[in-house]
Design a protein around this ligand. Structure first.
Ligand SMILES: [Zn+2]
Length: 870
């Protein structure tokens, strides 16, 4: 194998000699090892994978030997690994990276620039291309390719590649999910050479979100999305973003844009022209290199904003996706021609057609193939970004200036702090700022204001309003397209925050200043100086955080008012929190962003006291994103939480460790047997996991769960997690929805629910709310005798017309007169069934409290006090 030699410049050599290994003199050419040479195994070969630590060490080696690569640490991943971005360009460009970042920032926000200034910046600026790999950890080929690509670019001597590096600054992120990359490689190495080689891991490949890490890019809850978002919208301002993925094994070999329908309404048409041109260049180069099976206009649409490069479309970035067929991590597969399948939008049958002119014939498919396709496509993108450097910069300015015309001068989105949950309102304002929008604050009326005229106007208009799915038909005689993913992302509805458009008087405009880190509602202690008791309504989610902090001190008395009351001229609804004065209370309230009102007299009302509960969250031996999100949300609010596995349920050992069990959105068969039932007509074969992960809770586990509740425990079940209870427990509840998607389908929409607010589980909720429904469950309930107390906590409207608030659904009439949430007694214990994911992807702040309250309810002591003064 030939080594490529480059001559390092003095600056690099100086750093090299000062800090790192080797003792070279300026006269010697430096040999830059290939990834295989450096790591000591053949990268890309069957059975071989470099883990994230090795990848980073290789990139550091390149940085030590070449001035064409500079690494940036974007911050720690969830488990503390550095998220690395490698800036790769000509030595000259990297030396002037601050200058080029500043130009890119002005291109992204050209307000106030003259055309002459813009033209000058366009002629001086570089195209900034971001390429991210491996957000889905098992889609691992790109992490290996990234090392080879970096080596190729750093060592290139041909004029063509050098001109690309002159025109473009490439930002290469070898893994958007370092923790998952390491998990996958460790799993792969452990079972290499066994019957389980290349098989699936029985847990999430991101510590909390698994596959949903690519659904977090507007809500920005996770460390990885936050870190990369910061680099994109506050540091580098790229014009183009390619996110490299892998897909199934038996269809096309690679998807490149153009995307399939539908296209989101508010996006700039110029964006799609650029996407199409860049994508087509990639498939052209692939075809020239005899890579068959490349498709465009297939499955992946241009509609929802949850993913990396998708969110970026609304922020005027040309976002591209590639998806390469998968093998089994680094183990090859054999695909028989008879196994090749079309299906999905854009390729009904596996046949030659205009978007798929050269079908792959079948055969062996391996990691090396994946890396080769990705490398050709990546090089082609770099090439076309170089060729069209000025067009990309011009396009960026054009889209940003056009976005300004979506609003009016003096018009703002207003987010007032005076809302039922002031913390959620402020959180929304900070989140929009984190997304890159201009957010202003004034203490005059304690409100955040976002100008409607700003480069991020498309994004704001999208996430601050309701969604309607576009009605597009592939042909006149066919049905409309149905959604690929969720169909709503209306942040005000999801977070329970009111946002209005308003025109501001000039004198109020003068008081606006940019939002600061410290712009949060006043918290701590207020009201009477030496109060008898402190109180706060239960409307804000942060009250649950405070309750959990208070309950850590077992001596402390924490109560909830069972009815509404008035004190010191203020009215407090049922469920309001009552706390005794204590020296640490002010600090606790501040830390939890809660404002406690001191009352001179104790209200004469019935209350329930709370105890801390030990929460067990069921975790199957399968990747359950809902389990991960539930864990994440409950951790943010400091619930005392641990996972429960099949063995603990089967043996019954969980009963002594927990007071409440949560069953997340996991189907009955997976819980019982460890396997999901295949769809009708599907192949029944399912691949075995290693023996320690086989099976479910079995009949013994069901009996143990029943005993647990009968003796006083609580079970809270979410979405399909309720199936187990409806099937195996004798409860008067059943699923009201048909299983056929032709009759009912709701892949992710906000639906109206009517809430019975006078129950501990619904304290703080408004009488009308929205539920995020994602192929969820609705309940029919039966009338019962005195043995069971049953309460419908929330129900869908009686008229189908009133059901859908934002998004898309089919069969709304199936929800008429059905329940969305039910609470039941069972023996001495309690059961709460939520038919919809109340904590959905950590996005549904407006219904978080249903879950929190269910857990508080589990900790309500049986001996309740009549009055606080008892
Ligand atoms: Zn993916």
């Amino acid at each position: 194998m030939s080594r490529v030699l480059i001559r390092v410049n003095l600056v690099v050599l100086f750093t090299f000699l000062c800090g790192l290994d080797g003792a070279l003199t300026a006269a010697q050419p430096v040999s830059v090892p290939t990834p295989s040479e450096f790591l000591g195994f053949q990268v890309g070969a069957d059975g071989q994978l470099a883990d994230y630590g090795q990848i980073v060490s290789y990139l550091k080696k390149l940085e030590s030997l070449s001035a064409r690569i500079k690494l940036e640490d974007l911050g720690p991943s969830t488990q503390g690994r550095p998220i690395i971005l490698a800036a790769i360009s000509s030595e000259e460009n990297l030396k002037n990276k601050q200058k080029y970042r500043a130009i890119a920032q002005k291109m992204a926000d050209p307000r106030g620039l003259s055309q002459t200034e813009i033209d000058k910046l366009i002629s001086e600026g570089k195209a900034i291309l971001l390429v991210t790999c491996n957000i889905h950890a098992s889609e691992i080929g790109a992490t290996q390719m990234a090392m080879e690509w970096a080596h190729g670019l750093v060592t290139a001597r041909n004029p063509e590649t050098l001109s690309w590096l002159d025109n473009v600054i490439l930002l290469l992120v070898p893994s958007l999910n370092p923790d998952g990359q390491v998990m996958e490689v460790e799993w792969y190495r452990k079972y290499l050479g066994t019957p389980f080689e290349g098989g699936r891991m029985p847990w999430l490949y991101h510590p909390y979100t698994g596959h949903d890490n690519n659904r977090d890019w507007f809500m920005l809850t996770q460390k990885e999305s936050k870190a990369v978002n910061r680099a994109v919208y506050f540091e580098w301002f790229p014009q183009v973003w390619l996110d490299e993925h892998q897909m199934g094994s038996t269809g096309p070999r690679m998807f490149v844009p153009p995307y399939s329908n539908p296209v989101a309404e508010r996006l700039h048409p110029l964006l799609w022209r650029a996407v199409d041109h860049l994508g087509t260049m990639m498939s052209w180069r692939l075809e020239q290199n005899q890579k068959s099976g490349v498709i465009y206009g297939y499955v992946f649409d241009a509609y929802w904003p949850g993913g990396t490069k998708n969110t970026a479309w609304w922020k005027n970035i040309v976002g591209l996706l590639t998806e390469v067929a998968s093998c089994r991590l680094a183990s090859p597969i054999e695909v028989a021609p008879a196994e090749l399948r079309g299906g999905g939008k854009g390729l009904a049958e596996y046949r030659r057609q205009t978007n798929f002119p050269n079908p792959w014939p079948g055969g062996t498919w391996r990691l090396r193939d994946i890396m080769d396709y990705e490398r050709i496509a990546s090089d082609a993108l770099l090439e076309v970004c170089s060729t069209h450097r000025a067009d990309l910069l011009k396009g960026k300015v054009h889209m940003a200036l056009d976005a300004l015309t979506m609003g009016k001068a003096g018009e703002y989105y207003k987010i007032s702090e005076q809302q039922s949950d002031p913390v959620a309102a402020s959180r929304l304002a900070h989140l929009l700022r984190e997304n890159g929008a201009d957010v202003l604050w004034t203490s005059t009326d304690r409100a955040f204001y976002l100008p409607t005229q700003q480069p991020m106007a498309r994004f704001l208009d999208e996430v601050l309003t309701k969604q309607r799915y576009p009605k597009i038909k592939p042909a006149a005689s066919t049905d409309y397209f149905t959604p690929y993913d969720v169909t709503t992302w209306s942040l005000p509805l999801m977070m329970g925050v009111e946002v209005e458009k308003t025109t501001l008087a000039p004198d109020l405009q003068k008081t606006l200043r940019p939002i600061e880190e410290t712009d949060w509602p006043e918290s701590g202690l207020a009201g009477a100086a030496n109060p008898a008791v402190y109180a706060v309504s239960h409307q804000g989610n942060s009250v649950s955080l405070l309750i959990n902090e208070l309950l850590k001190n077992r001596q402390r008395v924490v109560r909830l008012a069972r009815q509404a009351f008035t004190s010191n001229g203020r009215s407090f609804p049922a469920g309001s929190l009552l706390v005794e004065p204590a020296p640490d209370l002010a600090d606790l309230a501040k830390a939890c962003r809660v404002r406690l009102e001191g009352l001179t007299q104790r209200p004469e009302i019935a209350t329930d006291s709370l105890l801390e509960v030990r929460v067990g969250l069921y975790k199957p031996w399968a990747a359950s994103a809902d389990e991960g999100w539930t864990r994440w949300v409950l951790e943010q609010y400091h619930f005392n939480l641990k996972n429960i596995d099949n063995q603990a349920v089967k043996s019954g050992s969980f009963a002594q460790d927990f007071d409440v069990v949560i069953i997340p959105d996991v189907g009955k068969d997976l819980i019982l047997e460890g396997k999901s039932t295949p769809r009708e007509g599907a192949i029944k074969y399912s691949e075995d996991l290693p023996p320690e992960y086989v099976g479910g809770i079995a009949k013994e586990g069901v009996k143990n769960l029943k005993d647990f509740v009968e003796k006083g425990g609580t079970i809270v079940a979410l979405s399909s997690g309720t199936e187990l209870l409806m099937a195996e427990f004798n409860i008067p509840v059943a699923n009201a929805l048909p299983s056929r998607s032709e009759e009912f389908s709701c892949p992710g929409s906000l639906l109206r629910i009517k809430v019975d607010t006078n129950h501990p589980v619904t304290y703080g909720m408004p009488a009308e709310a929205v539920a995020f429904v994602a192929e969820s469950i609705a309940f029919r309930t039966a009338v019962t005798g005195p043995a069971v107390s049953k309460r419908v906590l929330a129900a869908y409207p009686e008229d189908a017309e009133d059901v859908l608030v934002s998004g898309w659904m089919r069969g709304a009439e199936k929800l008429e007169r059905t329940a969305a949430a039910v609470a039941l007694s069972y023996g001495k214990g309690k059961i709460v069934l939520f038919g919809f994911p109340v904590q959905y992807r950590a996005q549904m702040e407006s219904t978080f409290k249903l879950l929190f309250n269910a857990l508080h309810w589990a900790g309500m002591s049986e001996a309740t006090t009549k009055t606080v003064s008892d």
